[in-house]
Design a protein around this ligand. Structure first.
Ligand SMILES: *[C@@H]1O[C@H](CO)[C@@H](O)[C@H](O)[C@H]1NC(C)=O
Ligand SMILES: *[C@@H]1O[C@H](CO)[C@@H](O)[C@H](O)[C@H]1NC(C)=O
Length: 474
């Protein structure tokens, strides 16, 4: 990684007065979405373009507190705007619900409609001070930014927070499968349907966003040519009239920022003492709630695998993450018993640093797109265990198309409890088998290709420069 420079040191200075163009980010306020747009804010701001990040105060606080790999306080070009919204209900997650989709955060998602008026006012104020206002919004927030249509010097760019593979499949199915013969050659036969992935309420919310398609000037993807060339190309072919830019990964690919020793998470000190590539990192993100029985089997499975592990065990996020958090109990004596092979982390874990650590050799993951991108960037193979949304399809991309992961838990068995033996077998396959070793080798190669792509002259950098040139055009 030594010679690779990040986007950050390369502002594009091609004669425009860039200060006249400003970017406004409007995230969907769930962690995986807040995080991606905050990382993107950093990348855009390094081109000397002021960025305004707009969300409810609690969500701005959450995004800043949890971001890893850089410090948002150190950027003078990113401005956070706290919008006050009326209180919304924040029920706890329900691990016994019919699907694993986090419906308990829907009241928070619906509360985003309160952002529409403040966002419109903010945009019209900015529009009189800037040559052009570029609104980058989560594709689920079209209704919030719809008034862009009335602001003459504003342009809107939805950002798709999932893989190009998943985005392509959604669009392709919605459009009635154009280019069917050809597309099918690149789509594995058994891509799962959307059954069990979402709740109807959430799909209704997503469909409501489709009516604002006319505001779109072009689309952004947290995708990378080295990872998803086929699907980025297919998407550009089915949407020929709109520009799209694949500018991922948004997360930093190098972790250069030095931390004071007392600022370093204790799990990193533990990792320092382990053998290279010997540890599996286990985390199912911020939206997944498991029953006690499922947690117990997972705990026993990790123990039986006899592989070193770091397990992040936290309650799924509520609509507001700063309330009371319930501690998840483990079988009595468990943590003491596994002391020599693993640690359980209950607070916010430095995922990017863990994945970038030389002792980490695998990631047991729900396959949310942030996690996939971070793991691929760091060259770490994935043990896939999908739960909802785009995760089952990301699993196909990771395990069948890219072959940088293996399936630990099959999506088709989502309604059953995964017993300890299944977990142990899946973990051993990834961490201690010839197939696991081959998978790891491919993951390392792909990681190198992705890191090269964001360096000077790399594919992702060229694409990013092209997006910046487009929004700053005279
Ligand atoms: C950023 O600034 C806030 C407010 O001053 C502070 O509470 C927080 O700890 C800072 N974060 C970091 C990572 O330095
Ligand atoms: C996997 O690779 C490691 C490190 O190169 C090696 O020690 C181990 O024996 C390999 N395991 C198998 C089953 O091939």
């Amino acid at each position: 990684m030594a010679n690779h420079q990040n986007h950050q040191n390369h502002p594009l200075t091609n004669g425009h007065n860039l200060s006249q163009v400003v970017v406004v980010m409007v995230p969907l306020p769930a962690q995986g979405h807040l995080n991606q747009l905050l990382h993107l804010s950093r990348l855009v701001s390094t081109y000397d373009i002021p960025v305004h990040y707009i969300a409810a105060a609690t969500h701005n606080r959450q995004a800043k507190l949890r971001v890893h790999g850089w410090n948002p306080n150190s950027s003078t070009n990113i401005h956070f705007h706290d919008i006050s919204v009326p209180p919304f209900p924040c029920p706890p997650p329900d691990p016994t619900a019919a699907t694993n989709f986090p419906s308990h955060i829907l009241p928070m998602i619906y509360a985003t409609h309160h952002l529409r008026d403040p966002v419109r006012e903010f945009l019209s104020e900015l529009s009189s001070k800037a040559r052009r206002v570029i609104v980058i919004y989560d594709s689920c927030m079209a209704a919030v930014v719809q008034d862009v249509a009335c602001i003459q010097n504003a342009e809107a760019y939805p950002f798709h927070s999932v893989s190009a593979f998943a985005t392509f499949l959604y669009l392709w199915e919605e459009m009635g499968k154009p280019l069917e013969e050809e597309a099918k050659r690149y789509i594995p036969d058994d891509v799962p349907s959307l059954e069990g992935c979402f709740t109807d309420d959430f799909l209704d919310f997503v469909f409501e966003q489709y009516q604002f398609k006319s505001i779109i000037s072009g689309s952004l993807l947290n995708a990378n040519w080295a990872i998803e060339k086929l699907y980025i190309e297919l998407m550009e072919r089915i949407l020929p009239d709109k520009k799209s830019w694949a500018i991922g990964p948004f997360n930093p690919v190098e972790l250069s920022e030095k931390k004071a020793p007392n600022d370093r998470h204790i799990c990193l000190d533990w990792l320092d003492k382990q053998a290279p590539k010997s540890v599996i990192y286990v985390s199912f993100g911020t939206t997944i709630a498991l029953t006690d029985k499922k947690i117990e089997e997972l705990a026993l499975g990790l123990e039986q695998s006899n592989q070193k592990f770091i397990w992040v065990l936290r309650e799924a996020d509520k609509g507001d993450v700063f309330g009371e958090v319930t501690k998840i109990e483990l079988p009595k004596g468990y943590e003491e018993r596994v002391r020599n092979i693993g640690i359980v982390v209950r607070d916010w874990a430095p995922q990017l640093e863990i994945l970038g650590h030389p002792s980490t050799g695998g990631f047991l993951s729900h396959c949310g797109w942030n996690s996939c991108m971070e793991s691929i960037t760091m060259g770490v193979p994935i043990g896939a265990w999908p739960f909802h949304s785009d995760q089952p399809r990301n699993t196909v991309l990771i395990t069948k198309v890219l072959k940088v992961g293996t399936v630990v838990r099959d999506w088709s068995r989502r309604d059953e409890v995964a017993v300890a033996a299944t977990v142990a077998e899946g973990v051993k396959k990834l961490m201690a088998s010839e197939e696991g070793n081959e998978t790891r080798k491919r993951a390392e190669e792909l990681g190198r290709a992705v890191r090269r792509s964001v360096a000077e002259g790399g594919g992702s950098r060229v694409e990013f420069d092209s997006f910046i040139a487009h929004i700053t055009r005279s």
